[in-house]
Design a protein around this ligand. Structure first.
Ligand code: HEC
Length: 153
């Protein structure tokens, strides 16, 4: 009796925890931002981590444009791959839970695009095609920035 009650409580707690976690996984930790965008509320360190990742995206974008301009496809591929999927694998679960699903999928699709761009540069695709890919990717930077801001707790 005692054991089964403990078991039941454990199951209820597990379901509740999983429920709360899934709710956050989809909605994230958000509120209305200071300028009407949606603000994602993070710890100061988590916000710094994401902004650092953002600056890497800007560095990579500059590298891709420069590589195309100088016809240096190795530089294009290296710049893009530096912010590919491999750079995105280490985000901790607590932070992932605070980011809304829509934000995570947009972010992941940018990393994915960068791997595709690296592969396209390596396979000798012409410059206009590479620029077209970059432009499509950058419209995701623009879309995300117009929807979200990051707020430190
Ligand atoms: C999934 C959403 C998302 C995507 C995609 C995204 N960003 Fe951001 N980025 C943000 C948010 C949110 C901020 C913080 C904006 C704020 O708080 O006002 C930010 C901030 C930045 C900053 C400022 C960094 C700092 O130190 O303050 C740069 C630079 C940046 N992004 C570059 C990029 C570039 C380049 C791309 C595309 C290649 C990109 N971002 C794609 C969400 C995104």
């Amino acid at each position: 009796m005692f054991n089964s009650r403990i078991g039941l409580i454990a199951v209820i707690l597990w379901v509740a925890t999983a429920g709360v976690f899934s709710w956050f996984f989809v909605h994230g930790n958000t509120e209305v931002g200071s300028d009407g965008r949606n603000a994602i509320v993070l710890e100061a360190g988590e916000r710094s981590l994401i902004l650092g990742e953002m600056r890497s995206l800007l560095v990579a974008t500059q590298g891709v444009v420069q590589g195309i301009q100088q016809n240096d496809m190795k530089h294009v591929a290296q710049s893009a791959r530096a912010v590919g999927m491999a750079s995105a694998v280490d985000v901790n679960p607590a932070l992932m839970a605070k980011l809304p699903l829509e934000f995570k999928s947009l972010g992941m699709s940018v990393h994915h695009d960068m791997d595709d761009l690296a592969a396209a540069a390596e396979s000798g695709k012409p410059a206009p095609e590479l620029l077209g890919m970059l432009s499509t990717t950058m419209s995701k930077c623009v879309a995300c920035h117009s929807a979200w801001q990051l707020k430190a707790n």
